[in-house]
Each structure stands twice: as structure tokens, then as C-alpha cells.
Design a protein around this ligand. Structure first.
Ligand code: ADP
Ligand code: MG
Length: 238
């Protein structure tokens, strides 16, 4: 059974349709990358899966359950954003503990979960620091820490590396993939970076102007792009 399934999903802002009848199935444990040019609807699609944006039409299922009307908290997902969205007035520990405390987890459990996440992400030395005292890469790890403490079934990433410099971006790709495997989650990862898509994805969903143009493995898309757009985007020989 697919862990996340999108069936004929649409999104209209006023009269403009920015996501057009999208069908995607993401398997349990899969690392699925959503790629396409800026403005093609990737973030909007991801935000609908997260429950941050209302769906105009169609159906979204997570673990078999229709979630169209469920608030984000009840969807068993966690999202990592491009801008980190850390609380500047909270320490690293408090940032990671925030959602657990909000859910009234007992404090012993909060400490254990945050400690575990900090260990996985190499953040133990920084738990008492504030976001402004961290490097870009460390902040990105805290953002991931905030997501993993809740042990969500599905991770949603929206261009999480686009604010980092090139070398760090490459290193973080490997870290994110390792995390995905270690936690055995299902991930949907949005990027406009073809190389990121090709190196990280189990399967790539190529979008253009609100539609899915092709879905396949990196090699499959490279070898047999359905049209020039995909060929150009993926960088296969014309
Ligand atoms: P991407 O993430 O692929 O760059 P987005 O999903 O952010 O694309 O945006 C897709 C389209 O929807 C763009 O044309 C954008 O301007 C439009 N859009 C996004 N959010 C809103 C909104 N809240 N109201 C109106 N239009 C929006
Ligand atoms: Mg976007």
C-alpha cells in the first residue's frame, strides 16, 4: 500500500489553477523527489499534503486514511522548510522540544526524544545555544531535529538546502538520505535542483505548470524522458 497517495489533486487560487489533477503514489519507505521549475506548484502540492493549504479537489491519503479535512497535527507528517523556521528566542533544546511540549508529552519523554534526535544529528554540543549562534548547517540540523522528535510517518521537505552554500549542500544531501534510511520513514522532497533530484531520489516526479509530466527513477528519466522538457530539465542528451 502506498504511504502517501494523491488522486486527482487540484489547487485553485481564485480562478487560477496552480495544481492540476495530480496523481502520485509514494511507497512506504520511499524517498520521492518532486522537481520542476520555480512556480510550477511544488510547494503548494507539498503544503496540501501537510494540511497547510486546503485542497480544492481530489483526494490525499496518508497510510490509507483520507486526510483532506484533517489538520496538520493529525496527519503523522513533519515538514522541514527552506527558511528553517526556528524560534530565535528559544535554545536548540527548546526548539526541538517545542512540539512535544505542545502535545503535553511528559518531560522525561521530551528529554529522551530530544536527546536521541540531537545524537543522530550531532547536535549535543549545541543544545543550550540560540539559533543566531549557529552556522547555517547547524540550523538546518535543528530544523530536521524539530521534525524527527515527533517520529512522523512521513517527512516533507521543501527545498531545505537552498539557503546553504554549495559544499554544505552536497554534504547535507548525504545526511538527509542517511536520516531517512535510519528512521525508515517515507519522504517527499521538493527541489528545483536537478542534481539534487538525481542523486537523492528513489523516484522523481517531474512537474511543469501544475501538472505531473513524468514519474520514474533517476536513470529511467535520464534514459527515456517523455519529452524535451524532461530531457532538458534532467539533462539527458537531446
Ligand atoms: P513552486 O514551489 O514550484 O515554486 P508554488 O507552489 O510556490 O511553486 O506556486 C505555484 C503558483 O501558485 C505560483 O504561480 C504562485 O505564484 C501561486 N501561488 C502560491 N501560493 C499562492 C497564494 N497563497 N495565493 C495565490 N497564488 C499563489
Ligand atoms: Mg516552492
Amino acid at each position: 500500500m502506498a504511504d502517501v497517495s494523491l488522486h486527482q489533486v487540484r489547487k485553485r487560487f481564485g480562478t487560477i489553477e496552480v495544481v492540476r489533477a495530480v496523481d502520485v503514489e509514494v511507497a512506504d519507505g520511499e524517498f520521492c523527489v518532486l522537481v520542476g521549475p520555480s512556480g510550477c506548484g511544488k510547494s503548494t502540492l507539498l503544503r496540501m499534503v501537510a494540511g497547510l493549504e486546503e485542497i480544492s479537489d481530489g483526494e490525499i491519503r496518508i497510510a490509507g486514511q483520507v486526510v483532506n479535512r484533517l489538520p496538520p497535527k493529525e496527519r503523522d507528517i513533519a515538514m522541514v522548510f527552506q527558511n528553517y523556521a526556528l524560534y530565535p528566542h528559544m535554545t536548540v533544546f527548546e526548539n526541538m522540544a517545542f512540539s512535544l511540549r505542545l502535545a503535553h508529552e511528559p518531560e522525561t519523554q521530551v528529554k529522551a526524544r530530544v536527546g536521541e534526535a540531537a545524537q543522530v544529528l550531532g547536535l549535543q554540543p549545541y543544545l543550550e545555544r540560540y539559533p543566531r549562534q549557529l552556522s547555517g548547517g547547524q540550523r538546518q540540523r535543528v530544523a530536521m531535529g524539530r521534525a524527527i522528535v515527533r517520529k512522523p510517518r512521513v517527512f516533507l521537505f521543501d527545498e531545505p538546502l537552498s539557503n546553504l552554500d554549495a559544499a554544505l549542500r552536497v554534504a547535507m544531501r548525504t545526511e538527509i538520505k542517511a536520516l531517512h534510511q535510519r528512521l525508515a520513514t517515507t519522504s517527499i522532497y521538493v527541489t528545483h535542483d536537478q542534481i539534487e533530484a538525481m542523486t537523492m531520489a528513489d523516484r522523481i516526479v517531474v512537474m511543469d505548470a501544475g501538472r505531473v509530466v513524468q514519474i520514474g527513477t533517476p536513470l529511467g528519466l535520464y534514459d527515456a524522458p517523455v519529452n524535451r522538457f524532461v530531457a532538458g530539465f534532467i539533462g539527458s542528451p537531446a
